[in-house]
Design a binder for this molecule. Structure first.
Ligand code: ADP
Length: 492
């Protein structure tokens, strides 16, 4: 193919414009890497309140009426540029849907009208792509909020030209967008699609399932997760659908945007450092201890954790072992927001050990960087982890991950076995069983290793040398796009 592939990225999050978690970083990193690889890539997002249209130089390109079941709503369409790039960004604006404080909800509860909101967005994207002179070869959708697009493109002949291929990426199978059957008309889809072989799921509408069934090609964000989601244990009820499509499911490990996450250039941390000179890391640790009111001591192992506080992240394992971890003469710096249960747990730990456990509740990008830079080790005891980005960031910052062997964690961390240590290949401490004992065992191995400064430095340096650039991942996406285009052509 001589002319560049034209790809429209449809995503509910994109860093730095709209972020609740790793999807934003992944979508942002992928978009920039595709542009750098010569792809004609554009992005379409909902016009959330948090997006500063002036910073994008966004201008209106008109309005469109979109059908939502029996009613029509009017959306305003905008075009701008991703800050610092020439990548076009489209925004679908609908004030009642997107001029709200949250992306998906507030105070830990989803907005009840999310099906309507993301149907408005998806229909708006189609209206926009019908209007522009630019016609994508591939519409690349991310997570359930965009999963109706592949369905509409296949069952509604007028949606877009029939040669338009679709790729759907699963960033987290647990979030499926499940709604009452009564809401089906909002999707504009008929009863013929509301079957067990369609978007019906135990009598309800499952939006994600539509993406999984109708996209030309599926991808997910690590090899291990691609295998896990085909099993009942990790398949969240959709493992059968995924097994049926296993030949169309491609695993591509998420990359890291090293222009944002690199200790040699990170402006958000108090001192910069490199594998060859870690003195700046010591300064970052000291700064973290100082600013969070915990004992300033370079010899104490400091564990960091930054997470959406959801069951997935294994925070209950931390709760069950925190006393024992503190008993190892360690410190904890914890940042997160989400489930009130875990926020209470964090507060309780801080109240119990004010000089040893520092806690920040909320979403704080700069503090996330300072924790990743200043901690000695990073805790990721996740129940499951599709890709995980924090362990990749930690590796780059010489912050040794302690993680469960699941999903992308299993693929990206080399456990410190005697053999791996002897080869200088070890980068972290990995445990298997989802139990407090197994987790505590890995933490103890880390604390023990930390006592040998030279060996610890070798672990840090091996992690810092590991390369998870998007420039490695982007060609795999380009291959997937070409496959999807070929498949579409064959299907017509
Ligand atoms: P997930 O996508 O499941 O949330 P990842 O590890 O893939 O998990 O990505 C998490 C991303 O979100 C990282 O960039 C992390 O730093 C960021 N993050 C999560 N919670 C917070 C928070 N409370 N404050 C700042 N950043 C956060």
């Amino acid at each position: 193919m001589n002319q560049p592939l034209r790809v429209c990225i449809c995503t509910p999050e994109l860093a730095p414009l709209a972020k609740t978690g790793g999807l934003a970083d992944a979508a942002g990193g992928l978009t920039r890497a595709l542009a750098a690889a010569g792809c004609d890539v554009r992005v379409a997002l909902p016009a959330y309140r948090s997006i500063d249209r002036d910073a994008l130089h966004a201008v209106s390109i008109g309005s469109a009426g979109v059908r939502l079941g029996p009613s029509w709503v009017e959306v305003e369409l905008y075009e701008g540029r991703l800050p610092g790039t020439s990548i076009p960004v489209y925004l679908v604006s609908h004030e009642p849907s997107f001029n709200r404080p949250g992306l998906y909800g507030e105070h830990g509860a989803d907005y009840p009208d999310n099906l309507r909101r993301f149907s408005v967005y998806g229909r708006g994207v189609l209206a926009l792509l019908r209007r522009t002179a630019w016609h994508p070869d591939v519409v690349h959708c991310h997570d359930w909020q965009t999963a109706l697009l592949p369905v509409w493109l296949r069952v509604e002949p007028a949606a877009l030209p029939s040669e338009t291929a679709t790729v759907f990426t699963i960033h987290n199978l647990a979030y499926q967008g499940v709604f009452d059957a009564d809401d089906l008309p909002l999707t504009g889809l008929g009863r013929d699609v509301f079957t067990p072989r369609g978007i019906e799921f135990w009598g309800r509408v499952n939006v994600l399932k539509g993406g999984l069934l109708f996209a030309d090609l599926l991808t997910t964000v690590s090899r291990q997760y691609a295998a896990e989601i085909q099993t009942p244990e990790f398949g969240c009820g959709l493992d059968g659908v995924l097994r049926d499509r296993r030949d169309d499911l491609v695993a591509i490990q998420n990359g890291v945007d090293y222009t944002v996450w690199d200790p040699a250039s990170d402006a958000l941390i108090p001192a910069r450092f490199t594998p060859g000179d870690l003195s700046g890391k010591a300064a970052c640790k000291r700064h973290l201890q100082e600013t969070h009111g915990i004992a300033i001591d370079p010899a104490v192992p400091l564990f960091g954790l930054v997470a959406r506080l959801a069951e997935q992240k294994g925070v209950d394992l931390l709760g069950a072992t925190a006393d024992a971890i503190i008993g190892l003469d360690a410190q904890l710096v914890l940042l997160g927001s989400g489930d009130p249960r875990y926020e209470t747990l964090f507060r309780t730990l801080h109240a119990r050990y004010p000089a040893r456990v520092a806690v920040a509740l909320g979403f704080d990008e700069a503090l996330a960087h300072r924790i990743v830079a200043g901690a000695d080790a990073y805790l990721m005891p996740s129940r499951y982890e599709p890709s995980g980005l924090n362990q990749l960031y930690s590796l780059r910052y010489g912050t040794v991950p302690v993680a469960r062997r699941t999903g992308g964690l299993a693929d990206s961390i080399v456990d410190a076995t005697p053999d791996a240590l002897a080869r200088d290949a070890a980068t972290g401490f990995v445990f298997d069983a989802y139990t407090p004992d197994a987790f505590l065992g890995a933490v103890k191995r880390a604390v023990f290793a930390f006592l040998d400064a030279a060996a610890w430095r070798r672990l840090q340096q091996a992690g810092m040398r590991a390369d998870f650039s998007w420039s490695t991942a982007a060609p795999h996406y380009l291959d997937a796009y070409r496959r999807a285009v070929a498949r579409r052509a064959a299907a017509r």
